[in-house]
Design a protein around this ligand. Structure first.
Ligand code: NDP
Length: 453
């Protein structure tokens, strides 16, 4: 059969763009890509990148306070949100331009419109035209989920809206206890907003290491986030002063904004997936095998739309593996084992491998943990502490998990992740000479387990 393209990609986010570029530039495939919104997807336009720039902006207040205690005469002043926001959007436009330019350079034909599936080899564009392709890659990502159970929930905003606010809220309620909720709680707290956070469960950051979760919650509270666990919104109503929130625990308060950070769902509705025979899972995700192939052999899917490990670098790896498998005759399954990741709270949390709880269920372990005040903040008598933790297999001596809560933990875990992925043992860490004076040296200096389980 003659197809218009060898590959048609639906979605111009991290996974889709990488797959399109590689298939075209490295495998010589004829590639089309449709994106209905801005090129770059969640990561570049409304996620990782603008979020991280907001993290940077928010860190200056504490840094200036510290600078004063270090002897600098600093006037903290006021944060100019519109000035920052406009600069942020200029940067996002620059990055979007780069994504687009790189696709064009690779020879990818771009369709700035929505595409839906018609059958296993055909997509329909929003302008009514159809295109055929030997392979179709669904890389449509995810979107914020807002529970409809609380009346008035439509008064709230999501992470999509945060970067477009007209003004910085004076009082903000954040609902949720996951990555996004905790990161924005710390960001807005740093920018000078009064932040209240409601999490319905017993401790924030479910799924991460228990000790690290407790440590982060403590640090967030110490820095001024008014964190309530076991609390949720019951209903919201618009009042003259803002949004009145009635909480499930009886509390009642008024906020300028309410941010729902209550999870994300795969973008699969109205795409024609099921009509084309593509199997969807319970949360609406595209079900794929280890090679990112769906139940329809010509249709593949990568990234958040598959709801596997919802992280940009993982989507990119899945895209690379897809191109190797389908266009280079080199079948590579997507590797989801030992993925390091960071939560950009303040302090940051970097983690790779198992939590203590997961590891203890699987096999006998030793736990090494040091929580202490690092030199930089000890000097100016700040109470904040960092945490370094290793979970070690008693049988193989391998590091099963590494958890770091500290400024720069995202940077540190990237490097620790290499060692853990290589299968390093506790003795390998012990043999490594400390870099002094650093806080990370603790990772090679912990001699006695705090728990043997
Ligand atoms: P998460 O799944 O991490 O957190 C969702 C939070 O919302 C949880 O605390 C959850 O509670 C709560 N929640 C869900 N439903 C409801 C409800 N009906 N009412 C009240 N609370 C509710 O999702 P995020 O949106 O924070 O992040 C999505 C994904 O994006 C992450 O899993 C991660 O993969 C990725 N991400 C990664 C980042 C990074 O790498 N730094 C940053 C941001 C996002 P409960 O725990 O009880 O289910």
């Amino acid at each position: 059969m003659n197809f218009d393209f060898d590959l048609f990609v639906i979605g111009g986010g991290s996974g889709g763009v990488r797959a399109a570029r590689l298939a075209a530039a490295e495998a010589g495939a004829r590639v089309g890509l449709a994106e209905e919104d801005r090129m770059g997807g969640t990561c570049v336009i409304r996620g990782c990148v603008p979020k991280k720039l907001m993290v940077f902006a928010s860190e200056y207040r504490a840094a200036m306070a510290e600078a004063r205690d270090y002897g600098w005469q600093v006037d903290i002043g006021r944060f100019d949100w519109p000035a920052f926001r406009d600069r942020l959007h200029a940067e996002l436009s620059r990055l979007e331009g780069l994504y687009r330019a790189n696709l064009l350079k690779a020879g990818v034909e771009i369709f700035d419109q929505r595409a839906t599936l018609v059958d296993p080899h055909t997509v329909r564009l929003a302008d009514g035209e159809t295109r055929t392709a030997r392979h179709i890659l669904v890389a449509t990502g995810g979107r914020p989920f807002v529970p409809e159970t609380a009346p008035g929930a439509e008064l709230g905003i999501t992470s999509n809206d945060v970067f477009h606010l007209d003004a910085l809220p004076r009082r903000l309620l954040i609902v949720g206890g996951g990555y996004i909720a905790c990161e924005f709680a710390c960001i807005f707290n740093g920018l000078g907003t009064e932040v209240t956070q409601f999490y319905r469960g017993a401790q924030i950051l479910r799924g991460f290491d228990g000790e690290a979760r407790g440590h982060i919650a403590e640090e967030m509270r110490a820095q001024g986030v008014d964190l309530h666990v076991g609390a949720d919104v019951d209903r919201l109503e618009r009042v003259a002063e803002g949004i009145r929130v009635h909480a499930t625990d009886g509390r009642e308060d008024v906020f300028d904004q309410v941010l729902f950070a209550t999870g994300r769902v795969p973008n699969t509705s109205g795409l024609g997936l099921e009509e084309a025979g593509v199997k969807l899972g319970r949360r609406g995700e595209v079900v794929v095998d280890a090679y990112s192939q769906t139940s329809v052999p010509s249709i593949f899917a990568v990234g958040d739309v598959t709801n596997r490990v919802n992280l940009t670098p993982v989507a990119i790896r899945e895209a690379v593996a897809f191109v190797e498998t389908v266009f280079k005759g080199n079948p590579i399954p997507a590797d989801h084992d030992l993925v390091p990741s960071a939560v950009f709270t303040q302090p940051e949390y970097g983690a790779v491998g198992l939590t203590e709880e997961e590891a203890a269920e699987r096999e006998p372990i030793e736990v090494y943990c040091a929580a202490f005040r690092p030199m930089r903040t000890q000097f100016i008598d700040r109470p904040s502490r960092v945490l370094f933790k290793l979970i070690v297999s008693r049988e193989t001596r391998r590091i099963l998990g590494c958890h770091i809560v500290a400024d720069g933990a995202g940077e540190l875990i990237q490097l620790a992740g290499v060692a853990v992925k290589m299968g390093a043992t506790k003795e390998d860490f012990d043999r490594t000479v400390a870099v002094h004076p650093t806080m990370a040296e603790e990772i090679v200096l912990m001699k006695t387990p705090v728990r043997v389980l």
